[in-house]
Design a protein around this ligand. Structure first.
Ligand SMILES: [Fe+2]
Ligand SMILES: [Fe+2]
Length: 255
């Protein structure tokens, strides 16, 4: 008798160990930014599911937003690859279409459910999305990377930046600290809006630690002030490579 198949472990449970920059980054600015935001949206959705008690309308809205954003991203990839005449486009599109159907069927099922059934299906959608994204980016998007660069753009230009609204405290030497709002972040740095006048400890080159607020015990992030920008705030450079764990922490901390 054939032994039952062992269920494949979900990558969604091990995402803390997944390094977006080294494992999933293609080096194509637009596409990397969209992949990064998709993971961010997925973690935001998971936060809604895990709330006790959860809000059914928030779960429904999050699910629909996730499906719409996934579809927009896949359509955009197809558009760019069509412009660049990718000879393997039809197989890539077929993979996208199959996934779009799968995730939108789950979303429809989710809308009709209530209570525990709804959160179970929503969790299934979260895991399906994360697993599919990681596998698809690594196995399919990476092989099509050369066809994803839009003409006139430099694929290796800067890291993708995200807009968000997340409260932080920045601690400097001698235990002085200021609070501010992260308005713009990438895997390598962030802009933090600090109420003026800026305290004296903000000067280019100063090293500090970024704490996410409210304080939750997550380790602070070593950073360095690189610039004081009168319009965008204080530019910080992270001193360590950031991972998907960082994205997840920002999602939890953002408004
Ligand atoms: Fe993609
Ligand atoms: Fe793709």
């Amino acid at each position: 008798m054939k032994s039952p198949a062992t269920p494949k472990p979900s990558l969604a449970g091990t995402l803390d160990a997944l390094d977006f920059d080294t494992r999933l980054r293609l080096g194509v600015e637009d596409i990397d930014g969209q992949h990064f935001r998709l993971f961010q949206a997925a973690f935001g959705f998971k936060r809604c599911i895990d709330e006790v008690p959860f809000s059914p309308s928030e779960v429904d809205a999050g699910m629909l937003e996730l499906v719409a954003y996934t579809s927009d991203h896949l359509d955009y990839e197809e558009y760019v690859m069509r412009l660049n005449r990718n000879p393997y486009l039809s197989a890539h599109i077929l993979a996208h279409h199959r996934f779009k159907k799968e995730i939108s069927d789950i979303a429809q099922k989710n809308l009709k459910l209530e209570g525990k059934g709804k959160t179970n299906v929503a969790r299934e959608a979260f895991e399906l999305l994360v697993d599919w994204l990681v596998n698809h980016i690594e196995r399919v998007d990476k092989t099509a990377r050369a066809y994803m660069v839009r003409a006139g753009r430099d694929a290796s230009r800067g890291a993708p930046r995200l807009s968000l609204n997340c409260r932080v405290a920045i601690e400097f030497a001698d235990h002085v600290a200021s609070t501010g709002t992260v308005t713009d972040v990438s895997v390598s740095g962030a802009f933090v809006s600090i109420p003026t006048p800026l305290p004296a400890w903000f000067r280019a080159g100063a090293g500090g630690l970024v704490h996410l607020l409210p304080l939750s015990g997550s380790p602070p992030l070593p950073c360095r002030v690189t610039r004081l920008d009168p319009e965008r705030g204080v530019a910080l450079e992270f001193q360590e490579r950031q991972t998907i764990h960082f994205v997840s922490a920002l999602c939890r901390a953002a408004d």
